[in-house]
Design a protein around this ligand. Structure first.
Ligand code: SF4
Ligand code: SF4
Length: 436
């Protein structure tokens, strides 16, 4: 005799973020255990730095944590909630740092990060999102192909005479908007590192913004157009490796483009590589020799988009049955493929450096709060999150804070200035270049 409990009809489902209904199961099965908010005590030496969620720590209110946002997302999917100014603030005052996603997945197979992304796509589809600051960025990208609205013809000005760029090479360096306009020092240091390692590289003939903010704020139609255009440009160049020095560009190319186009990262037709991975390999095989002493006591900040957010994208569609089991089986993205060892190997190979670790590192690192459109729309949240990180920096007595993302660098630099400028803020490309 059939038992109803075991005969639950199977439901077709996928991880397609354009449809919030795909995540109703995930949003409704949140058990409010707060593993997305607290760092497990087994990883922490004390009780001082125990939260992992910048927006939840900022407001100290459930709605701003993943658990609250999932409940809100469920109500939106069920048509029980109308968009309001407050609701938009709750879902956009959030750097989508992924700490909740990996925290939750230590115990459960719930797609928290994808649910939050799908909620923003729904907000835009319903005509409510994104925030005015995001619309301005989108306008800049549409008219000038960069998020600042700077003249497009200035994009390659970072290439100085001492940097050798090849007309044709296997490696294509994608500088991104920040390194092209506001952080030339990162692009120039990257160029010098590539030259020093004897690796010929080319730059994109007509580089456009990667569209990170477009996707992050839910403007998926615009983001898809950007993805198609950029992928086509790399394929046409014949490059085998798309190299970037920006964490946000890295995640966008490696994860969000395949996600939007419903393909596997492995099927892009080229490898997406961050400078961290390149430099680590080049030091290991002897192409790069950091011989010059850099006398500095520094700490490394794991930028979200080169760490827990950077697992390769693997599309999935199938069926969900009793107890939420899915078929076919899926290798969940738990943030374990991030670039955690590479920066530490690199810094360990540079003579003179003393590397000290903050309490929250690797998957548990506390986001700087700037990325994915947050600093532009909610600067006070970005300032708060960076301030939290600086407490850790002071606690361990580091002279410098180093990251691998211009969004982190700029946000931390602002906080450093406000704190009296005692802590130096650098990108890892600058540290490597200083050792050559
Ligand atoms: S999102 Fe996951 S970790 Fe957070 S409260 Fe819900 S079930 Fe727990
Ligand atoms: S993505 Fe980060 S800031 Fe947003 S809810 Fe999750 S942990 Fe908090």
């Amino acid at each position: 005799m059939a038992n109803d409990r075991y005969d639950t009809p199977k439901k077709k489902v996928s991880f397609e973020v354009r449809d919030l209904n795909n995540f109703v199961y995930d949003m409704s099965r949140c058990i409010k255990c707060k593993g997305c908010y607290w760092v497990e005590h087994t990883y922490m030496p004390g009780i001082k730095y125990t939260t992992r969620c910048p927006s939840g720590t900022w407001k100290e209110f459930d709605s701003y944590q993943a658990a609250g946002k999932l409940r809100i997302g469920l109500a939106v999917a069920e048509g029980k909630f109308d968009w309001s100014e407050k609701l938009l603030e709750v879902i956009y005052a959030d750097p989508l740092c992924g700490a909740c996603d990996v925290g939750c997945k230590r115990n459960l197979d719930l797609e928290i990060g994808l649910s939050l992304e799908a909620l923003r796509i729904k907000a835009v589809k319903d005509g409510a999102g994104p925030m005015p600051a995001h619309k301005k960025i989108a306008k800049n990208i549409a008219s000038k192909h960069n998020r600042f609205g700077s003249p497009h013809e200035n994009r390659e000005k970072w290439v100085t005479k001492d940097i050798k760029v090849a007309a044709k090479a296997d490696v294509l360096y994608f500088a991104g908007c920040s390194a092209s306009y506001t952080n030339n020092e990162i692009a120039q240091a990257t160029g010098k590192i590539l030259n020093a390692s004897g690796t010929p590289f080319m730059v994109m003939k007509d580089e456009w913004c990667c569209g990170n903010v477009l996707y992050s704020v839910g403007m998926i139609d615009e983001a898809v157009e950007t993805a198609k255009r950029n992928i086509e440009a790399v394929r046409a160049s014949g490059a085998k490796i798309l190299l970037t020095s920006c964490a946000e560009c890295y995640r966008t190319w490696k994860v969000d483009y395949p996600k939007m186009l419903d393909i596997d990262t492995a099927d892009l037709g080229f490898t997406v590589m961050h400078l961290l991975d390149f430099a680590d390999k080049a030091i290991e095989d002897g192409r790069l020799k950091p011989a010059k002493k850099v006398d500095l006591r520094l700490t490394y900040h794991d930028a979200c988009s080169v760490s827990r957010l950077s697992d390769a994208w693997r599309p999935w569609k199938g069926e969900r049955g009793w107890m939420g089991t899915i078929e076919p089986r899926y290798k969940r993205r738990r943030g374990t493929e991030g670039l955690y060892a590479q920066p530490r190997n690199i810094l360990g190979a540079i003579p003179g450096l003393t590397v000290v670790e903050m309490p929250r590192i690797r998957e548990n690192a506390f986001c700087c709060g700037a990325g994915r459109g947050t600093k532009e729309a909610f600067p006070e949240l970005a300032r708060f999150a960076a301030g939290q990180r600086f407490e850790e920096v002071k606690e361990i007595g580091a002279e410098a804070l180093v990251s691998a993302c211009p969004f982190c660098k700029n946000n931390f630099s602002q906080t450093a200035k406000e704190n009296g400028g005692e802590v130096k803020v650098m990108d890892i490309a600058e540290v490597i270049a200083a050792s050559l």
